[in-house]
Design a protein around this ligand. Structure first.
Ligand code: 5GP
Ligand code: ZN
Length: 112
């Protein structure tokens, strides 16, 4: 499958990792939109949150147990934002489910 994030999981495309275990990987966004911009992905390919159901929701729950730890290790004690874009209208450019962790400054409120 021609998926950039699967290739990052496989190590075919390099990334700056900030957290990794057997289920998930977190790495720095190549085009950061905030002082801290980390992407958290499952190692297993899932297209987006739109493909989550009762058979794989444990993966999302697991990711959300790790997000606070990753945020703390990035020094985001003053707060941060978690975003996941879904599909064309949601502005999803990489079709492998990912959660953006953004922080390190007061983020603007917008729906761009
Ligand atoms: P989306 O727009 O799908 O929600 O977010 C995809 C994100 O992946 C973008 O913020 C983009 O900068 C990032 N991205 C795309 N290709 C690469 C890559 O090869 N390496 C890294 N580290 N980030 C990437
Ligand atoms: Zn993938």
């Amino acid at each position: 499958m021609d998926c950039i994030f699967c290739k990052i999981v496989e190590g075919v495309i390099p990334s700056t990792k900030v957290y990794e275990d057997d289920k998930i990987l977190a790495f720095r966004d190549i085009n950061p939109e905030a002082p801290v911009h980390v992407l958290v992905i499952p190692k297993e390919h899932v297209d987006s949150v739109d493909k989550i159901d009762e058979t794989n929701s444990d993966l999302v729950a697991y990711i959300f147990t790790k997000i606070p730890q990753i945020a703390a290790s990035e020094g985001l004690g003053n707060g941060y934002r978690v975003i996941t874009n879904v599909g064309e209208d949601g502005g999803q450019s990489v079709k492998h489910m990912h959660f953006h962790i953004l922080g390190g400054k007061k983020l603007p409120l917008h729906l761009a």
